[in-house]
Design a protein around this ligand. Structure first.
Ligand code: HC0
Ligand code: SF4
Length: 574
């Protein structure tokens, strides 16, 4: 332990702590901009400057380690002036159209300018070359907003270990972009959006689709059905000032009804359906010498990663479509038939915590009879915008229930899909019952929960030992795949999610400031909300969902049967 004083406040912290972190412990708030805990600790922007007694010049506190007896000052005139000049310089080459910016009121640069009391920019800098890339279905890059902090570069390079974005050019023309300033669409970007949720400004954002959804709602000829992903309920409340990890399922449903959707369903129904299909696919592969390990295919960021970086594992991907695509396919077949609606007149919207889902839903494979399973995907952030546009007082909404007919029930197994390990646990709950031939009382699998990068377990089911692994974030996925390739590991089933933490920390979730990320792990807080909903539900195993049973009995036939294959499965090409 090391004892030091910061602004005369004594604080004790472990050796190796930085001054910025120590100040947080002491309750002293040092401003920062490029700093992002564990992701970007490079001391580049020089906003977090402090004075350290006995050392020359001003120090970047995010990279300066503490030492015994150290005396730090964080709030002197010299520091305020230095920080102000630094931020003024950044602003002089920044697109300052804040009024029409998607991050307005939620921008770390704007907040900093306000805190530092910057009321004018003393010099108008020459603007560097600008690029606006709107080509992909998922991500928009607007370099006029970029402040070269490097947060996106490092999350992509060091956390995801993909490396699409980098500093290009030199000096004044320095940019952050894909190589040769290519469109993201022409790179092997997986659209995970981790760069977006790391960006302090609006240089990276999702490709919005709000207007198309409003048009559909207004169109009297369209029947508009909406579904919500498990992870949305764990984060939407943050957009309305609620604490991270507050579950807002009922208010979310109420708001969707107010927005004018004709039916509100939960993707969890699709998750239950996926478990039926994927669980039986696994059993079939195990019993018939099929390709193993089978790997989940519900995270489109992961699927794109496999296609671009590990095509040799494509035969290992489950042929199941992801849950929201299954819901779309069932709405445009079964639901349409039962309600006597021409599927051409159904418009299916998915609210997702994910930016990659936008691209997934546009894939040509994700159709039935020439109709897209899902017509539009909105992120959690976009849903919050629609609610605000409609002037709905979210916090005052009475909780409402999902529509109860046809696809209207879901189980605890479906809910936990949104956290890393959840798909595996949900699958085990069903596969175990099938293999044991009974309704097992012990069905919580704590070994696959939590945020450890790679989780492994062996489960004995019906006399067979099944070896499983769970990986989240593509760097962890790569480790598992390399071990499998090298013959070091021999699993039957692997769950892989493209983002660290799983969907709860997807690229479409509400922005959380770098300051808050210092205090808590949002992966843990949001996951808690989902496990809490699981324990509150009466039915917690997918195969016990009565409407899933009815769907098979009256329409699909058997899991993995002919009709199920036609609607719910796909294939991925290398
Ligand atoms: Fe997920 Fe999903 S759990 S990918 O993380 O499998 O996006 O939340 O909706 O489709 O159910 C995201 C979240 C989903 C799907 C489900 C799966
Ligand atoms: Fe990298 Fe993901 Fe951003 Fe693409 S979306 S640039 S893969 S972090």
């Amino acid at each position: 332990k090391v004892t030091l004083t910061i602004d005369n406040i004594q604080v004790e912290v472990p050796q190796g702590t930085t001054v910025l972190e120590a100040a947080r412990v002491a309750g002293v708030d040092i401003p920062s901009l490029c700093y992002l805990k564990d992701i970007n600790e490079i001391g580049a922007c020089r906003v977090c400057l402090v004075e350290v007694e006995g050392s020359r010049g001003l120090q970047a506190s995010c990279v300066f380690p503490v030492y015994e007896g150290m005396k730090v000052k964080t709030n002197t005139k010299k520091l305020r002036d230095a920080r102000k000049s630094t931020v003024e310089l950044i602003l002089s080459n920044h697109n300052r159209e804040c009024l029409t910016c998607s991050r307005s009121k939620n921008c770390e640069l704007q907040n900093l300018a306000e805190e530092l009391n910057i009321t004018e920019i003393p010099f108008e800098g020459e603007k560097s070359h600008e690029t606006m890339d709107t080509v992909s279905h998922s991500i928009v890059r607007d370099s006029s907003k970029c402040i070269l902090c490097g947060r996106c570069v490092n999350v992509c390079k060091n956390v995801q270990e993909i490396g699409i974005l980098d500093f290009t050019n030199r000096g004044f023309e320095t940019q952050v972009s894909p190589a040769f300033n290519m469109s993201m669409n022409d790179t092997p970007c997986i659209y995970c959006g981790q760069c977006i949720v790391s960006c302090p400004v609006a240089a990276l954002k999702e490709k919005e689709d709000i207007d198309r959804v409003w048009d559909a709602i207004e169109d009297p000829n369209l029947h508009v059905v909406v579904q919500t992903a498990p992870a949305v309920r764990a984060a939407l409340g943050e957009e309305f000032g609620l604490e991270i990890g507050t579950r807002v399922t009922g208010k979310m449903v109420a708001s969707l009804k107010r927005l004018g959707f004709d039916r509100v369903y939960d993707t969890n129904f699709g998750a239950d359906l996926t478990i039926m299909e994927e669980g039986h696919e696994l059993l079939h592969r195990i019993q018939n010498n099929g390709v193993l390990p089978m790997i989940t295919s519900c995270s489109p960021g992961w699927v794109r990663y496999a296609e671009h970086y590990y095509p040799e594992f494509i035969p290992n991907l489950s042929s199941c479509k992801s849950p929201h695509q299954m819901v779309g396919a069932i709405v445009k077949s079964y639901y349409a038939e039962k309600n006597n609606i021409d599927p051409k007149n159904i418009f299916m919207v998915s609210i997702m915590p994910c930016t990659s889902k936008k691209s997934e839903s546009a894939r040509p494979e994700m159709t039935v009879n020439g109709l897209r399973d899902v017509d539009a995907v909105l992120t959690t952030r976009e849903l919050a915008k629609m609610i605000k546009q409609s002037r709905i007082d979210f916090l005052k909404l009475q909780d409402a229930d999902f529509d109860q007919d046809l696809l209207g029930t879901y189980t605890g197994a479906g809910v936990i899909f949104g956290a890393t390990g959840g798909v595996m646990e949900a699958a085990l709950r069903t596969v175990a019952d099938v293999l044991e031939g009974k309704d097992l009382e012990q069905f919580e699998y704590n070994g696959v929960r939590g945020i450890e990068g790679i989780k492994e377990a062996e489960v004995t089911l019906g006399g067979n030992t099944i070896r499983i692994a769970v990986a989240h974030g593509t760097s962890q996925a790569a480790k598992v795949l390399e071990m499998v390739k090298a013959g070091e590991k021999d699993y039957h089933f692997i769950e892989i999610m493209g983002c660290s933490g799983g969907c709860v920390t997807g690229g479409g979730q509400p922005h959380v400031s770098s300051k808050t990320k210092m205090d808590l792990d949002i992966r843990v807080e949001r996951a808690k909300a989902l496990y809490e909903e699981d324990t509150k539900l009466e039915i917690r195993k997918s195969h016990k969902n009565p409407l899933i049973k009815a769907l098979y009995d009256t329409y699909l036939g058997k899991p993995n049967g002919h009709k199920a294959h036609e609607l719910l499965h796909t294939h991925y090409a290398a």
